[in-house]
Design a protein around this ligand. Structure first.
Ligand SMILES: Cc1ncc(COP(=O)(O)O)c(C=O)c1O
Length: 443
């Protein structure tokens, strides 16, 4: 159509294309968003003026000089968040497949939250009081609602907490391997992640104490329950020793409790319930058990550090959106919430077992421990395999997996893959993914 030409009426489009009025209105919305159509209320939709073609491209090279040598590396995070092409067996990603998410309950909770007359007012600072109280009760161990700060999801909590605790240039002890998103946050904040090895029982307390002594670090980031990527749970006899090591160094422990509700076996209580000295800063996120866009979480801390974190959040973002806080409160207070958690756990158990069976059949040469919860298997590849090249070849062959290397803060001691069992549409897709992966590894 020529610019300015009037589009047929909605009714004519409905007739011509044999689609519903809703589809026509969505299509027009998309065309308008793409700048191809302009709508004028009352007079209809018109073909938009064409963008100026040709001309010299703008010279933006000056920006490189102005921005200087600082850079933010989001490559690992964007690999995790970018959807795979259609037809790919998706064995990577950090969230439940939509069929496992409580989509209907979320819609109900959001509708109830949005209907409140004060839904769009500012929330009380610190968060909606009933939600703070829910987090305090759920974590237990003497945590009070006043210790709880409602935040905008786990990732934002990591940024806020690490910025509050440490100045740029400071070392941060992390498990090796660890969640690559925390490495991205630390590096973007000018911190230096220092690796402390984990084995089947979680972080090694002897090496943690050594790392504190050698680095002078004032904080240790850890996931004691269903560690991402290895799935390990910190062994009972190590919990006190980890706290002791931090106490001896005068350091904080940042406990990322991202997978509490994804336990195929019951997780131990949060480490913060064992801490009487305000040493543990606890991050409780719920996106993993619900949906990625329910971006509300909590940070629990006691003493001056709580004040520092609260102030950092206020300066960075004011407060998390109230309708989302209210939605989460509605969801966790609804009668269907415990049922949802039970069904997610059952589905994860079945998927984990199906994936392990597929590996035992098609790729017995990979060494994989059976995780007690979380979303992932951590597979040790045969020596000499390049995990990054393998993950890229696997994607070309139609299966998405994560290379192990980006999860290590420094050199990777051995090649690994992280394989997720929660992101595929079905157990059949998991099995097909392993079949494709085996074919790639063999070739
Ligand atoms: C260990 C860990 N912590 C935190 C996060 C952040 O998740 P969210 O911001 O959705 O709470 C993730 C997400 O992948 C994770 O795996």
């Amino acid at each position: 159509m020529s610019p300015g030409e009037r589009l047929p009426s909605s009714r004519a489009l409905v007739d011509r294309h044999r689609v519903s009025p809703v589809t026509v209105s969505r299509a027009l919305g998309l065309l308008a968003a793409e700048g191809l159509v302009v709508t004028r209320p009352g007079s209809g939709a018109f073909a938009a003026p064409r963008a100026e073609a040709g001309g010299e491209p703008a010279d933006l090279d000056w920006q490189a000089v102005t921005l200087g040598d600082r850079s933010v590396d989001a490559s690992g995070v964007s690999w995790l968040l970018t959807p795979a092409p259609d037809g790919t067996a998706t064995l990577s990603g950090g969230y439940l497949h939509p069929t496992l998410q409580p989509v209907r309950a979320l819609a109900t909770a959001a509708a109830r939250a949005a209907r409140r007359p004060d839904a769009w007012e500012m929330p009380r600072l610190g968060g909606v009081p009933e939600l703070r109280a829910w987090f305090a009760r759920t974590v237990g161990g003497g945590v009070s609602p006043a210790d709880v700060l409602i935040t905008s999801g786990g990732q934002q909590s990591l940024t806020t907490v690490l910025r509050a605790l440490l100045p740029p240039g400071a070392p941060l002890l992390v498990e090796s391997p660890t969640y690559l998103g925390v490495l991205a946050v630390a590096r973007a904040s000018g911190l230096h992640p220092v690796p402390v090895p984990v084995d089947a029982g979680g972080v090694r307390p002897d090496l943690l104490a050594e790392a504190f002594a050698m680095s002078g670090a004032r904080a240790f980031y850890t996931q004691p329950a269903f560690h991402n990527p290895t799935g390990t749970v910190l062994a009972a006899e190590r919990r006190e020793r980890v706290l002791d090591a931090a106490r001896a160094a005068g350091a904080f422990v940042v406990e990322d409790d991202y997978a509490r509700y994804l336990g195929i076996e019951a997780p131990p209580p949060p480490l913060i319930t064992q801490d009487t000295g305000g040493r543990v800063v606890h991050i409780a996120s719920l996106t993993k058990a619900t949906a990625p866009s329910l971006r509300v979480a909590a940070v629990i801390a006691r003493g001056p550090v709580a004040e520092r974190i609260r102030a950092t959040q206020l300066v960075e973002e004011f407060f998390p959106a109230r309708p989302l806080q209210e939605t989460l409160l509605e969801l966790v207070s609804s009668p269907g919430w415990p049922r949802h958690l039970r069904s997610v756990r059952a589905a994860l158990r079945s998927r984990r077992d199906a994936l392990l069976t597929a590996f035992a059949r098609d790729l017995p040469e990979l060494r994989i421990d059976r995780p007690a919860g979380g979303l992932h298997l951590w597979a040790r590849l045969p020596d000499g395999v390049d995990d990054t090249a393998l993950a890229e070849a696997a994607l070309r062959a139609g299966v998405l997996v994560s290379a192990g290397r980006p999860f290590f803060p420094a050199e990777a001691p051995a090649p690994h893959l992280r394989i997720s069992y929660a992101t595929a549409a079905s157990e059949a897709e998991l099995a097909e993914g392993v079949r494709r992966l085996a074919a790639v590894l063999r070739s």
